[in-house]
Design a protein around this ligand. Sequence first.
Ligand SMILES: *Cc1c(COP(=O)(O)O)cnc(C)c1O
Length: 400
Amino acid sequence: MLPNDDIRARLGLRPVINVSGTMTSLGASIVVPQAIETVASVLGQWTEMSDLQRTASRTIARLTGSEAGCVTASCSAGITLAVAAAMTGRDLAAIERLPDTSGLRNEVVVQAGHLVSYGAPIDQAIRLSGAKVVPVGQATSAYAYQLAGAITENTAAAVYVASHHVVEYGQIPLANFIATAHAKGVPVIVDAASEYDLTGFLAAGADVVLYSGHKFLGGPTSGIIAGSRALVRAAYLQNLGIGRGMKVGKEGIAGVIAALEAWENRDHAGIRARERKALDVWAKTLQGRPGIAARITPDPTGNPLDRLRIDIDPNIARITAWDLADRLAAGDPPIIVRDHEAEHNYLFLDPCNLHPDEEAVVARRVAEELDHAAAAPAPLVSSFAERAMRLEAGLLNWPD
Ligand SMILES: *Cc1c(COP(=O)(O)O)cnc(C)c1O
């Protein structure tokens, strides 16, 4: 896109380059052209929404192997609606009564190590439906016997989270989680918001799987609910109740259909090659720099996506990972890196959301900052604790 076509200037926004991943705070992802065209053409038309959702159901079923599917506002909304569906089924009176769950099974079992935040707490998305969260095991260890023991006659569903956010060891393997829940007649809902695998969770026996439409798929902001016909139908019917506040528009539904169709035809190998080229450019830029170790690292949950991990020894490089992240974010153009583990003095560059040629800009800016640190009169080493407090305080001042 040419700079003078850039809508961001008109909206008073900085022209950020995103090397942090698909981030809600940065607008999630670059929406694929097919979805942009579809959204633009549907916005000016009347659409019969239940028919549009029927079309979405068929597309979702084709891509995921589910019996049915529907679209909602977000994956987070999908968690709330799928849990509500497991509690109410098709009982419209119960649907209207939520979040009052009197008379319904209302407990949801989740491994403690899966009770994470994706920007909001996952347990809250469950509780929004009126359900009660029953944690299984401890943060870093959970066993099938603990899951079995937590299931009672009040259990409505078992939620499993597939994500880099969850504790990455000591959790119940998906197959055992599903087998244990199913042995007790409890449906399994998988939150797979960011997972590229559209078929594996249902093939493994999950009853419902949830995806974000706006992450790897490159759709507009939306959530996908895929699974058994009965549960998807019950989730859809929540639009007559708590789902109303999670409404998705015709642009979201039509856009996600287009994004799913584009995914089927996407040149996945070509995209990987482009991402690899960016990683190689960055690795080459960093090679031989004192106090810097860069290596290409696979995605922790097995998505077909590599990132460049940059480990920094601040005693030699004279800058910390968080100071480098902050200086890049404040620079021109602003570059947002993946810095959620920066306290360990490493950060990642994620190539999955680049516009053409942006990798060269990123390489240049990283090199400039490292050169600057090497030559600065004093090391660029700030307090991580103070930075954390500053970020927290900054949150509270919006819109100022
Ligand atoms: C992003 C994410 C969500 C939330 O998805 P939205 O579609 O943005 O609501 C939920 N769970 C996990 C694991 C995520 O990564």
